[in-house]
Structure formats: C-alpha cells, structure tokens
Design a protein around this ligand. Structure first.
Ligand SMILES: [Fe+2]
Length: 276
C-alpha cells in the first residue's frame, strides 16, 4: 500500500461532509455463509436496504475492514456488486480477515478504491492499513506513521479523520484489548502536532465505543453482522442488532455521529461458539 496519491471529494452540501461507515461485514464465498450462526450476506443486505431508504446524499462510504471472512475473490466480488450500484465513492481498508492483494484485485473498480489520502473541504481523511499478515492484532507501519505525520503538517488548515481497522485504545473487553494496535502510542504521537481537530475511527471490536484521549475523538462502530459482548473477559458474542454509523463532519471540526441498528431482522446467534 505505497500509493500516496490524493483523492478530492466535493461534498454534496457546503455545510458538512456526510459519511457512512460500514464495517466487519465478514462476507463468505458462499451465499449461506454464517458467522456465529448469523448469515452475514443477509444482515449486510438489510443494512444496505436501511441506509438507502433513510440516508440523505452521503458523500462517501468508508468500509473499515474484515470485509470478507475467508478472503475469497467471491466474497469481494459480491461486495463490489452490492456497493457499486449505490453510486457513492467507497473507500476501503483491510482487516485481519482480509487479504489486501485480493482486495486490490477485485475492489479497485468504479466507485470502490483504496485511497490513503482523501481531501474534502475543511477535512482530510487518512486511511491506514493496520492489518498484519497472519495476525489478529494490528500495527501501523513506520511509512504510514510518517505519511500521517506529513499529511498533518501539510494540511494545517484542515481537520483530520484517521481511519483504521483495529482499535487504538482499550475498549474494556479483556480478550479484545490484547488484539488492538500494538504501537498505538506512535499513532497518537503522529497526530500530536495537529492544532485542528483529530478523530480516530475504526471497526474490529464489533461494538459501539465513543471516547476521547489526548485531545483525539475516538469512535468505533458495530459490525453489519454479529456483535461482541461489551465488557467481556473472554470471547463472547453479543445479542445487539447489526448496524452502521452515519457521521457528519462540520467545517468547524465538530463530528456528529449516529449509530443505526437494524432491529427488524430475525437472526439467531450461536453463543456456544468460542472464537471467530
Ligand atoms: Fe471483525
């Protein structure tokens, strides 16, 4: 992921930038693929149906990793076929279940792309690949940390949304907290010189988390499929509904976000499974 070009987005509204975050879709090659008892294609399609019905003119979609469960070409092809017709630019990053080289091959078509730097009005978005081949935990490479720091110092008039798959802070679940970004202090250091607002946004933890650390706003978003139980010591599935997040970024640096859950789809989570 060494392509350090820049993508310009012209927001639909002059007053704000509207973003949809979809994360941890965990799509399988097969239609019938289930994660912890939940059919991930069905819940993803229910999420898509809801957001197409309710959301007004989003400027872009951020797909923040674990897009596939099995890293198959079929799973990414399915995502391309579902997201392409929305006609909204969709920027993706890999998660621990993904294979970046397969994503590059399938998901760089039309409105779907990997793009490390996006500029939109008073905001810049930096997309980081926190995945580590063969590992569940995350790490931000030195070149990406340098890139982030450079984008901060070269865009001092802009606020920064920094997007990654893994969590940069503990979220209060012991088993998950060991599977976040190992070099998180370096990530916070990379944005420490920012005089404007900074917000970190991620997936991976399959639960809602909102916080603040060292002046950085922190947001995680539930999966479009099965959730993890907040506050758990060991791996546990949760019974919260599938969801997505709608973020509104204002020129003054304010970030409003609304978490939407799809309560009206019937699903059964298999709580007896002790891993994913
Ligand atoms: Fe995940």
């Amino acid at each position: 992921m060494s392509d350090f070009s820049e993508k310009q987005i012209h927001p639909n509204s002059r007053d704000c930038l509207r973003i949809i975050q979809l994360t941890d879709t965990h799509i399988f090659a097969e239609n019938a693929g289930k994660l912890l008892g939940l059919n991930t294609r069905e819940s993803f399609e229910a999420v898509l149906a809801r957001l197409m019905k309710e959301e007004i003119a989003p400027d872009l979609i951020l797909a923040t990793g674990d897009l596939s469960q099995d890293a198959s070409e079929e799973s990414y092809q399915y995502l391309l076929e579902k997201l392409q017709p929305l006609n909204i630019p969709c920027f993706w990053i890999p998660g621990n279940h993904d294979k970046p080289e397969v994503m590059q091959k399938i998901l760089n078509h039309g409105n779907m792309m990997f793009e490390p730097h996006i500029v939109a009005g008073n905001w810049q978005i930096v997309m980081l690949d926190s995945s580590v081949p063969g590992k569940v935990y995350g790490n931000i490479s030195e070149p990406q940390l340098d890139f982030l720091q450079q984008r901060i110092s070269n865009n001092q008039q802009r606020h920064s949304l920094v997007v990654m798959h893994h969590q940069p802070v503990a979220v209060g679940s012991q088993w998950l907290d060991g599977l976040g970004i190992k070099n998180a202090p370096e990530l916070f250091n990379a944005v420490a010189s920012n005089d404007k607002e900074t917000c970190f946004l991620w997936g991976h933890v399959h639960q809602d988390f909102v916080g603040e650390q060292a002046g950085v706003q922190l947001i995680s978003t539930p999966s479009t499929c099965v959730q993890f139980k907040p506050g758990s010591t060991e791996f546990s599935a949760g019974d919260e509904a599938p969801g997505y997040r709608y973020l509104t970024l204002y020129p003054d640096g304010r970030v409003d976000s609304v978490l939407h859950r799809i309560h009206d789809i019937a699903f059964t989570v298999d709580y007896s499974i002790k891993g994913y």
